[in-house]
Design a protein around this ligand. Structure first.
Ligand SMILES: [Zn+2]
Length: 220
């Protein structure tokens, strides 16, 4: 259950990061678009001034004035060229932002749909696992009714210390939990089923497994 929840959380984290990145890029796009508008206005002004200067050139009589105006026009021309270049760069940047934004928006839509489905699936899996746990708990409770309380306590004690495995088989004089040898006297007692026998090494409760029924090799 934890794993399912973790996976879902990971996807939600990715979605959050994508959404944050998207907001950031949208802000950058807005800024770049504003800059573009500004440069366009500058370009329009410089163009206008250039046209006006060109018209004034016809009315000028003195060479000094003519030279000054010509110099100014030269500067305006450079300014127009520079601004055009900047505008080109800005337009490129805007295209890149727009492309990236639409890609992110698409990814976000996909991921949202995926998470919604996964949420639904996880919900189902968690419900099924929960049901199973309820069933098993009920079965265990029913089984425990027939067992003495001190035995249950001992069982729980061992189970908590041995990775949830409290009962193991004894086979051919060995504990199948820790694979240590069990003293023959204990094996005999176990075969008689006269008492609850624990493995002396790992303390797990033992049940006797008949080697004949296990692998067919007779040991008589
Ligand atoms: Zn053992």
């Amino acid at each position: 259950m934890e794993r399912i929840r973790q996976q879902l959380q990971d996807h939600k984290d990715i979605l959050l990061k994508l959404t944050t990145d998207l907001d950031l890029q949208k802000a950058q796009l807005k800024e770049t678009t504003a800059l573009k508008t500004e440069r366009q206005e500058e370009l329009r002004e410089a163009d206008e001034r250039y046209t006006r200067s060109k018209a004034r050139l016809m009315d000028i009589s003195s060479a000094k004035e003519y030279n000054a105006l010509e110099k100014e026009m030269e500067q305006l021309k450079r300014k127009v060229e520079e601004t055009r270049e900047q505008l080109d760069h800005l337009k490129e940047a805007i295209e890149v932002y727009e492309r990236s934004i639409s890609e992110k928006e698409e990814k976000i839509l996909d991921l949202r749909a995926h998470i919604e489905n996964a949420d639904h699936d996880a919900e189902g899996q968690i419900t099924r696992l929960g049901d199973r746990i309820t069933t098993i708990s009920a079965q265990r409770e029913a089984a425990q009714k027939d067992i003495k309380i001190h035995i249950i306590k001992r069982y729980e004690f061992i189970r908590n210390r041995r990775d949830g495995q409290a009962i193991v088989a004894e086979s051919k004089g060995h504990c199948e939990g820790c694979f240590m040898r069990i003293p023959p006297q204990l094996v005999i007692e176990l075969q008689r089923e006269s008492a609850l026998i624990a493995c002396p090494s790992c303390q797990r409760l033992l049940i006797h497994k008949d080697p004949d029924t296990d692998n067919g090799s007779a040991e008589r």
